[in-house]
Ligand binder design. Sequence first.
Ligand SMILES: [Ca+2]
Ligand SMILES: [Cu+2]
Length: 379
Amino acid sequence: MNRHQIRKGRATQRSAKPVSGVNANDDSPSQSNRLRSGLALLLLGIAAFAATFLIVRLTQPSPPSVTEGMVWIPGGEFTMGTDEKQGWEEEKPAHRVRVGGFWMDQTEVTNAQFRAFVEATGYVTTAEKKPVWEELRKQMPPGTSKTPDRNLVAGSMVFVVPAGAVDLKDFSLWWKWRPGACWKHPEGPESTLDGKDDHPVIHVSWDDAAAYAKWAGKRLPTEAEWEFAARGGLDGKTYVWGDESAGDSGRFANLWQGKFPEQNTAIDGYERTAPVKSYPANGYGLYDMAGNVWEWCADWYQRDLYRRRAGKGVIDDPRGPDFGLDPKRLFTAQRVHKGGSFLCNDAYCSRYRPSARHGCSPDTGMSHLGFRCVRSAPK
Ligand SMILES: [Ca+2]
Ligand SMILES: [Cu+2]
């Protein structure tokens, strides 16, 4: 889905259906003068540390030190995609891929982290800008008539719980274009981030995520890096924690319990986003690699990519295709996102598995879509 299909849907709404120690192990010296000189050294040390700390603080602006809140992902060979029954067509077939080591954010980028970026740079996100018709038009079939100006308003896609049971084939029944929705106002203009500093930032487009990453001295992960990291060293498992289905247990991740999309029992404690680190980390110490929010990857999305990789042996550090192409949406180039969200459940999409993948136009923001960053190993 993209901003524009929705807007196009609005335009024709009346006629058709819209759309992240030090070990103090020194024993006490037996003589008091040793103790005194030791104490003096310690105080000196503290003073020197404080001075250095201040200098660093004052001379280095906002971006945090590059590996703060990150973990080292060792890299290696793994099985990407899946042949399992739960897998969707675009996840098949399973194939062998090798990635090099890299640093990865332990958590999804939070509202507090994103705010630091916006305050330091004055960055304005895609969802806060009035859409430009000339840009939208490139994503539509030739000859599409102009979207009325009244529909060209800043906003984003918000998940809205429908009043009752709905046709699961029609996502426009629970995804609503909401003018004024953006990262600061996740449910619409009246909503705020109060109490949500440690929740993942949402309503960020791919462009917004890439801009944040650049500012932080990082980059978005490739799809292969993301999936390798998500698996946490468990090769060929269905879930990031192993083989046990999450079901309605609410134990493993922030997912959907109850009947999607009209009834959310939130047994896991959260109806929408959850603070990062609310659920157990995977084998590499990464949190929320399943559920909570989808995460943008660097790659362009092509639905049939894995079929074209089949039989080609181990693929080395793939960077994705040169352009995005989904045969079902010919005019909309898409970027990959991974990991599923708080909306995922087995009955509807089951896309909280590490092999699951999805595409979205780079200018789209949604209330279940965020990101995290990686950093290449120093050469
Ligand atoms: Ca939940
Ligand atoms: Cu899902």
